[in-house]
Design a protein around this ligand. Sequence first.
Ligand code: GLN
Length: 579
Amino acid sequence: MNPPKKTLRQEGSGQASKKKKNPDGKIEINPRFGGQTRFIITTGGVCSSLGKGISTSSIGSIMKACGLKVFVQKLDPYLNVDPGTMSPFQHGEVYVTDDGAETDLDLGHYERFIDEPMSKLSTLTTGQVYRDVLNKERRGDFLGGTIQVVPHITNAIKQGMIDAAEQSGAEIMMVEIGGTVGDIEGEPFLEALRQFKSDLGPERIFHIHLTLLPYLKGSKELKTKPTQISIRELRRIGLEPDMIMARADYKIPKELLDKISRFCGVDRHAVIPAQTVNSIYDVPQNFQKYNVARIISEKLGLGALEPDMTEWEKGRIRYEKAAKSVPIALVGKYTGLEDAYLSVIEATKTAAVYNERKAEIVWIDSEKLEQKDKETWDELKKCKGMIVPGGFGLRGIEGKIAAAKYARTNKVPYLGLCLGSQIMAIEFARAKLKDPQLTSEEFDEDGKIPKSKYLVHFLPGQHKGRAKGGTLRLGAYQCKLKKGTKAYEAYEEANQLGVDDTISERHSHRYEFNNAMRKKLEDKGLIFSGEWPETKLMEIVEIKDHPFMLGSQFHPEFKSRPHRPHPLFAAFMKAVVGK
Ligand code: GLN
């Protein structure tokens, strides 16, 4: 692994001077990693939703299993600066990193598969690129020059990749380009990739193109034409992929793979059939069956690397054994929308598998609970456990509170995630302090409830410094656990207790528990099992004399991994199966 140091060539009219500062970008790679980082870039063709994120994650996990340090970056061609403000209906969950970036759900896949923390560096959108370039233009950094897509935007994109490689210290940088080849907004990213290839030389970049072979029922066959056209589209831009991954819902005959190789000019052994598998966690092994590690590493001048896939194999067996299904209620407002609760669902499934169960997610619409819809209530009552996930706004809140009441009084295991912890505390307080007006400041939309009734409220100034511009508490914070509680036990058992009984978990919320009411509730049996040491604010609450009723102000789902269930989900699932 010791190729000569490469420097990105300067393009356009700018005169290069200071390293990095120059807006036109004589971009020099940090010599420490610059000579070494290899880039594996994935693009997608034919249509969206082919599982580019899972494929990228899977390749990353294989490279990590070869002993390499892997980092991932998603380049998203849409114009939003980040997905923080995008509707879960359109964009799925907002995945939050340790450093408080609000990102695309694909970053969740990256972390789950590769088990490396992602960061702000892991995402770059058109919105960010243009914002930064235009800010420089306004500052006069371009000295009166004309600002253009090529080179200014493409340079900024390349710089984004270099920065992520340098700062993460990755040996392998996985870069996923969002969207589909042929999209208008994706063009600058593909042009940046084309330049990047010639800047760095062929040994530094491996380009994977993921496509779809549609199935025609009438003739009972898979078709390669869309793949050929997608490759033609790449060629138009000056790109020739090193590997084609062909997605299909049916077994792909060998002749079709030969045909793709011939028509698309990619080595036959680098045409990988990517047939739909049972579990997304089977994808890495499924790819590795075709020796992708060796194909990639040889092209990147790393020798013929072989990954150690033991963990994945163990996982596959574990998954196979988990046949018996267990119904778990997910009480939310986006029912049936898997992507909106992706990490919660993955964390639940993993925890179930570790208990030899298959979690069957039962979608419960909290608004229907509120309307006392009998069918919905019957569905809820059939479930063996209940999860109330995060959320914002007033809609469906009373339904969630009613669900929490049901869980408390009927001793059904309950796990509250962020909003779900606030709901749980409010339900408990209303019942035990006999005050139905108690609520969260967030739910008092027209300000009619006296402030003294806010059990959960907004602490102005609380989040200064951490969340720039916004008022959300975002990212990783410490939480100190109290001995003798279910939370303590859960983390201890999972061997995840840090120094001084602290843990670190990720946050994404605005409102905090009102400590003025803490003592009264403690007296009634609400246990504050975790708190933020610096502020003594509530991080975890649980209920005494209940098999498992616990809520966390943070989002534990972001830190569950397929080979390491999250302690709180694991403890919840144990209670569900009656261990
Ligand atoms: N809406 C609540 C708050 O802002 C909870 C947020 C969440 O569940 N992520 O505090």
